[in-house]
Design a binder for this molecule. Sequence first.
Ligand code: C5P
Length: 220
Amino acid sequence: RPQSDLAGKRIVITAGGTREPLDPVRFLGNRSSGKQGVALAESAAARGATVILIAANLEVPAPTTVQLLLVSSALDLERAVTETAADADAVIMAAAVADYRPATVRADKIKKDDTGDSLVLELTRNPDILAGLAAGKKPGQVLIGFAAETETDPDLLLALGRAKLARKGCDFLVVNRVGWSEGFASDRNEVRVLDSAGDIVCEASGTKMSVAQRILDLIA
Ligand code: C5P
């Protein structure tokens, strides 16, 4: 593979997991470490791309070779993606974006003396950023989504991936299994990539860096 096969390309990559504020000190979050998105960003920059990394609460350091935009919530991430995706050749949505956020963010810390033995939280659906990008996609732009699922049955995992692909309208969907120890925090990953027809175009397992290279090969 030529070292500079992504030279002259602008690639927007989201990584990490969003935090949805509840009150000034609390949030709803997820266990995404950001490692796979960071590996993609580092590899894409090494292959010559101009990389804009939209980072949500990373547990690992961001590469120094990318333009870094720090975000926290899904709405922050949506704003940053919308501002940068317009002139991007590819957008890789590796971040774990919360599907719901608290319907109201309390100005003061929620106190258990006020709420008693149980507390019901009302949540509002977040916009689907990837589906929005797909709806407004410019010709030639490549959109890559991720589907992290907890199902152990590989066929079911694929079926879920294919349904998601149809819903999102992206060009490639990276399907991987996540659980208490796999996927999110791990240094390794095992993925299958579907194209827009739902066909498997790549199967990769290994370090997140090696999986990143395989995904970038598809984009290149
Ligand atoms: O629907 P689900 O959350 O499983 O889809 C995962 C893919 O969609 C990821 O690429 C994620 O970044 C993206 N996503 C999004 N906006 C959301 C939720 C997920 O763009 N609100």
